[in-house]
Design a protein. Sequence first.
Length: 327
Amino acid sequence: QVAQTFRADVVNSKESDSVSLAPVREVLNHSCVYLRSSNVYLVASLIFQKGFATEATKKKRAAEAQNATLQVTGAVGWRKDGIRYKKNELFLDVIETVSVLLSAQGAPLRTDVVGRLVMKACLSGMPDVKLGLNDKLEDVVFHPCVNLGRYAVERVVSFVPPDGEFELMRYRVAEGIALPFKAAIGVTERGRTRLDVRIALRAAFPAKLWAAGVVAVLPVPEQTARASFELSAGKAKYDPRRGALVWKLKRVAGESEHTLSAAVELIATTRERKPWAKQPLALTFSIPMYSASGMRVQYLKVWEKSSYKVDKWVRKLCKSGDYHARF
């Protein structure tokens, strides 16, 4: 009956001089639609439980339709067609931030590595990239371009990359971490006006590698007046603004050890000195081509229908997060 009524409204609208009836209209909780073929009007009605779709539902249906189109056409929303490069190159940076808390005996109390894979794709056409990684990763978060179904089954990171630089994935590793540095700290109080400090810093990464920008910061009592140093390498000073001894080494080779000895002079006072709340030594550094988590890139492959040559580059960088040693 609703369809018959709507059909009559359509015919009357077309035969009269009034404004034409909209092709879709809701009538008694029915959605009615008509199409015209020559002089024939085709009328249909659909029943909706709650009237017309909400805006959120419309967006969801539009997204589903777009995904279906992408699957059929092979297009991707994050990469446009027609990209061309004279030289096709793919750059992958593995960047890890390692956070560690060492006990006074040098044992790790807490370890954590957060990693990022940053890629720069200078590739023509619609390339298919495959990345093989060892299976040590936790809490993995991928860029939307990654085929999650394939990763779940085959543990292969397969994707059509966006053009240019983007973050491909993030991950975390909390166990089995290779500590890049170990520190042994000794502090001896010489009466009320002096401390003797010794720091031994050992690079535990391979000898063929090196660390840059190594800085060790050891807080000292607030009554500190000055400090004198004996060093095996680098430069050191007492920084009153930080209230700490600061030891800087531009470059440290793997499997090497360096030491600092400091005589710290304290301001003499007749008042009872507050107990010294010993804060841990803080260490900052960066180590090119090193992975504290043991994450390895097993292969990096690119396929594109034109079979062009691709120059591929993989770099690693391990840098300090909250890296502390108690004493």
